[in-house]
Design a protein. Structure first.
Lengths: 453, 520
């Protein structure tokens, strides 16, 4: 067994030192009725590297990889080109096989990286402080709602109808157990988000308003008026972003008055990976809120020689110190995904991020125009970044399935996200990134044309 | 492990930590290279990617929300980027460098086949909402891994979506609360031993429960009689780690579970220490209702410097109907993903959704690869070697280090020591920093809370006898220095990339993001 270095000679020499006749004697405290008499039944025995690789490759071949088809899926997970050096760096054993940096003298690599990551995220979001990551965007969203409750001492969260429905589900699930009240709504199928409707739902009991930017339908609007309305009632504005590349082109949430900004960082460096592991981003605009933040924070300090170094800090908020009084139960988060994000963001830099965003937007505009020219198809959005909603007379879910059979991954149907809403049946979310070619766009347009006539 | 130094030369260690030789111009010491922050070495105009120049004349449809001000993101070319992170990486200890004996963290070898498989395009380049017909292999991985986890634990159901151990704990406790509420039973209290991981009380409190301690016996196990006396109609659940964090198997676990069930409560088992029993004992045979499994511990997915983890939760029949969405089901037409829509027909009692998508697919592929590599026979050998290694450490050091539960029977996969016997002024932290100078990552320190100056050593099955012997020698030597009151331990580490860091300063005046000094 290739991962086990002990030999039988070692084992018996060690048992001699221990004073045990055999290894079974070490399991003497397990009651006999719970002891198995041999390897567990119903599972195969050990296998060679070659045999295991073959089995797993067989399973991987049963999937249609995004690179092998015209690909337009988004809705909270986006396909971007990840430079080769990102994967090389995250596979360095010193990063890959390290633990949480509890011994800072021998973990400065991870700690400095986290400090740089936090600084990059804070700037991207227009915030003062970001934490060292959460599990993903949806759990970061819930943690932000919970934090707003601690800050405002209120428990009624108002969710925009245009928040990703899976994020809404996560927040509602958690709120069932904490006693928070969640006021949610359905998105209105309009060219612009219904900000005044959202504002009218804010009252004196509201802890926070949660808005997605760009929203689930890809729409964009200035959030300043929502921030003002929330602040006037003593509530916080939480802005959720599921496509960080957009922030290379559009105003940051912090600039528009968001108090907490959370999001999914998967687009930068992490890859699609069928939904995980992803990277939850979490930041606050005002440093006074830092002590109510969930998760780990890396901070600057000095060592005994006065040399600059980094440590995990303010851990009196955390479960391993505060136990039942912690701000969150989170422990392990998404460290290696944070590294991937940080490396990719360093390769991009200000210039590259702006170019990447511009290229995404250029191709998305092109796709929107071409799709709008398909008879029977209209584009809903007034404004968008790299994802928009198209509408047609037909069942988008069915069409997505049929096009998949022709090896075209056409987008995420609104019917999959909102199975209950009949008027969304003909809605399709189309995401376009720098990986999309003009040929891909033509293929989608002709396929839709064929399906709709 | 390190090759022994044949000449017998050893570095001179002086009490003030000096002895470095002449000062250098750069502050570097040969291969000990300091590295500035990206913000200090990079400019806003440098980039390591080739993308088309931005055309300012191009019309946009951004709703007038163009980001005009500088974001302030530093950029580096590819060679600079690779060098920056390679230099940083060399300041990290890692399992690839040596024994990493963090108790309850299970730092075992991360096989590279796992990494190769996770990167196969059919897994890595797959969108979570791609049509089911194009993701049958990925759904198949989730299904196959679920079958392995159910068989290894002897439990009938598993929720795959939780993102890490603490998220799994939350999933288990929420299912317990949903099950109790479904029978109209509003219980208020969750019992946890004082030796529990901090995540246990934090999770129970999150789910709205009051947390009370379960008393322990002097031998380091749950006090069954005291627990039985506390059980009653207000107790929703117990949360017990087995093997526990003192490194002992809870002999009475079945009796505990029976008593809890008889009192109408449910049993949560923290599965962080599953590596001690995997393949040898099935938690389902012990009366467990819910247990999370850290794929990043027992099943070798890398810790990555703090995640990502993955925390599937196995459930008993009593809790299975309340499991969260989504999950994978096998039908005559292949695998299907059961989401909110389809769940209405046959999974109405689900307590909801814990995350946007289906869980940590990248960890599932790695864990399944690991399980297939070991097989049923290999996994049994894993737990046996892990337990053998821990007992070897315990019995090799109990003459020099205080081992509070040395007479409580064999330990499981971790050995617990305390600071009793250290010279006045010497602490567990000093010993830990001394171990760093010896070339080892320290063990878990000051946990569990029930032992003063606790040191929890988990060697895992990854270590050879020779590696253990070297570690035991080092720990013995540092322990003797702590007992003798060797002042040089107070200023350790001396040979790490950094000296001891001022954590108080970091918390008192938090600097949590880079600020441009020129902007002040």
């Amino acid at each position: 067994m290739r991962y086990l270095p002990l030999t039988d000679t070692d084992r018996s020499a060690m048992l001699d030192v221990i004073g045990a006749p055999d290894v079974d004697a070490l399991f003497v405290d397990v009651p006999p009725e719970a002891q198995l008499d041999g390897p567990i039944h119903g599972l195969p025995m050990h296998a060679s590297e070659m045999a295991v690789e073959k089995h797993m490759r067989g399973l991987s071949k049963q999937n249609l990889a995004a690179a092998d088809a015209p690909f337009f899926l988004g809705a909270g997970a986006y396909r971007h080109h990840v430079p080769a050096s990102v994967d090389h760096i995250i596979q360095r054993g010193e990063f890959l096989t390290a633990y949480t940096p509890y011994q800072p003298e021998i973990a400065q690599g991870t700690l400095q990286m986290l400090f740089e990551f936090q600084s990059q995220v804070a700037r991207l979001y227009g915030c003062a402080v970001a934490n060292a990551s959460m599990y993903d965007g949806s759990t970061a969203c819930w943690e932000a709602v919970a934090m707003a409750g601690r800050v405002t001492k209120r428990s009624r969260a108002v969710l925009s109808g245009a928040l990703h429905p899976h994020y809404t589900e996560v927040v509602k699930t958690m709120a069932k157990f904490t006693g928070d009240t969640i006021a949610d709504a359905r998105p209105s199928i309009q060219p612009k988000p219904d900000n005044s409707g959202l504002i009218s739902r804010i009252d004196d009991e509201t802890s926070c308003v949660v808005v997605q930017y760009p929203d689930i339908l890809g729409r964009l609007s200035d959030l300043s008026e929502i921030a003002e309305a929330a602040h006037a009632k003593g509530a916080l504005l939480i802005v959720v972003n599921t496509e960080p590349v957009a922030l290379g082109a559009i105003k940051s949430p912090g600039e528009m008055g968001a108090d907490i900004v959370v999001g999914e960082g998967q687009s930068i460096g992490v890859g699609l990976q069928f939904g995980g592991p992803y990277l939850g981003l979490f930041a606050v605009r005002d440093p006074k809120h830092v002590r109510q933040m969930p998760g780990r924070l890396c901070g600057e300090t000095v060592d005994a020689d006065g040399k600059r170094g980094f440590v995990l800090t303010l851990s009196t908020r955390e479960q391993h110190i505060r136990r039942e009084k912690a701000t969150s139960n989170i422990c392990t988060n998404s460290g290696l995904c944070a590294l991937a994000f940080s490396v990719h963001m360093t390769l991009l830099g200000e210039k590259g991020l702006r170019q990447l965003a511009a290229e995404n937007h250029r191709l998305a505009c092109l796709a929107a125009d071409k799709l709008a020219a398909v008879p029977g198809v209209s584009v809903l959005n007034d404004a968008f970044f790299n994802e928009f909603t198209i509408l047609f007379d037909g069942d988008a879910r069915e069409i997505v399935r049929e096009l998949a059979d022709d090896r075209i991954l056409a987008g995420v149907s609104l019917g999959r996200l909102y199975p209950d809403v009949a008027e969304f049946k003909g809605g399709l979310l189309v995401a376009v990134t720098e990986t999309t070619t003009e040929e891909d766009i033509e293929t989608l347009c002709s396929a839709l044309k064929e399906k709709l006539t | 492990m390190n090759a022994p130094n044949k000449s017998g030369w050893k570095p001179e260690m002086t009490a003030d930590g000096g002895g470095y030789g002449p000062a250098t111009h750069t502050g570097n010491r040969a291969l000990m290279l300091d590295e500035a922050l990206i913000f200090e070495i990079a400019g806003n105009d440098t980039t390591g990617v080739d993308l088309p120049e931005v055309n300012p004349a191009m019309p946009t449809r951004l709703g007038g929300l163009e980001r005009k001000a500088d974001i302030g993101l530093p950029g580096l070319s590819e060679p600079e980027t690779v060098r920056h992170y390679t230099r940083l990486s060399r300041q990290n200890y890692a399992i690839d460098l040596g024994l990493f004996p963090l108790g309850s963290c299970t730092m075992k070898h991360n096989p590279r086949l796992n990494e190769k498989v996770a990167r196969m395009p059919g897994f890595a380049d797959l969108h979570p909402m791609a049509p089911n017909s194009t993701t049958q292999g990925a759904l198949g991985v989730i299904y196959e891994l679920a079958e392995w986890l159910k068989t290894l634990t002897g439990m009938p159901a598993v929720a795959m979506s939780p993102k890490a151990g603490a998220h799994g704990e939350l999933c288990g406790i929420l299912a317990i609360r949903a099950a109790l509420e479904a029978r109209g039973d509003a219980r208020k209290v969750v019992l946890c031993p004082e030796s529990a991981h901090g995540t246990n009380p934090a999770t129970a409190a999150f789910a709205g429960y009051e947390v009370e301690d379960i008393p322990a016996t002097p031998e380091g196990r749950v006090d069954l009689a005291a627990l039985e006396a506390r059980l009653g109609p207000d107790v929703a659940a117990v949360m017990i780690t087995n093997p526990n964090t003192c490194g002992l198997f809870e002999r009475d676990f079945r009796k505990i579970a029976d008593a809890v069930h008889a009192a109408g409560g449910l049993v949560y088992c923290d599965g962080a220490n599953f590596n001690a029993i995997v393949g040898r004992v099935r938690p389902g045979d012990l009366g467990v209702d819910a247990m999370h499994i850290n794929l990043h511990k027992t099943f070798s997915t890398p810790h990555g410097g703090g995640g990502p983890g993955s925390g599937p939760v196995v459930f008993s029949d009593a809790l299975a109907p309340f499991a969260p969405l989504p999950f994978v089901e096998k039908t005559a037409d292949g695998f299907v993903l059961v989401e909110e829509e389809t769940a209405r027909e046959h999974h109405k009692q689900s307590f909801g959704r814990m995350t946007a998508f289906h869980g940590q697919m990248g960890m599932f592929t790695r864990a399944l690869t690991y399980m297939l590599s070991h097989g049923a026979d290999g996994l049994k050998q894993v737990s046996e070697d892990a337990v053998l290694n821990a007992n070897y450490v315990l019995r090799s050091l109990e003459d020099v280090l205080y081992a509070p539960y040395a007479n409580s029977g064999p330990c499981m996969h971790e050995a617990l020591f305390g600071d009793k016997g250290f010279a006045e002024g010497m602490s567990t932290l000093d010993l830990a920093k001394g171990l760093i100078d010896e070339g080892f990552h320290p063990m878990t320190v000051y946990f569990p809370l029930v032992v003063h100056g606790a040191m929890l050593v988990e060697p895992t099955e990854t270590e050879s006898k020779a590696a253990l012997d070297q570690f035991i020698g080092a720990l013995r030597s540092v322990s003797e220095r702590a007992i003798a009151g060797d002042e040089s331990l107070k200023t350790a580490p001396h040979y790490a990339p950094m000296r001891r860091l001022d954590e108080t300063l970091a918390a008192r005046k938090p600097v949590l993001a880079w600020q441009d000094p020129a902007a002040d």
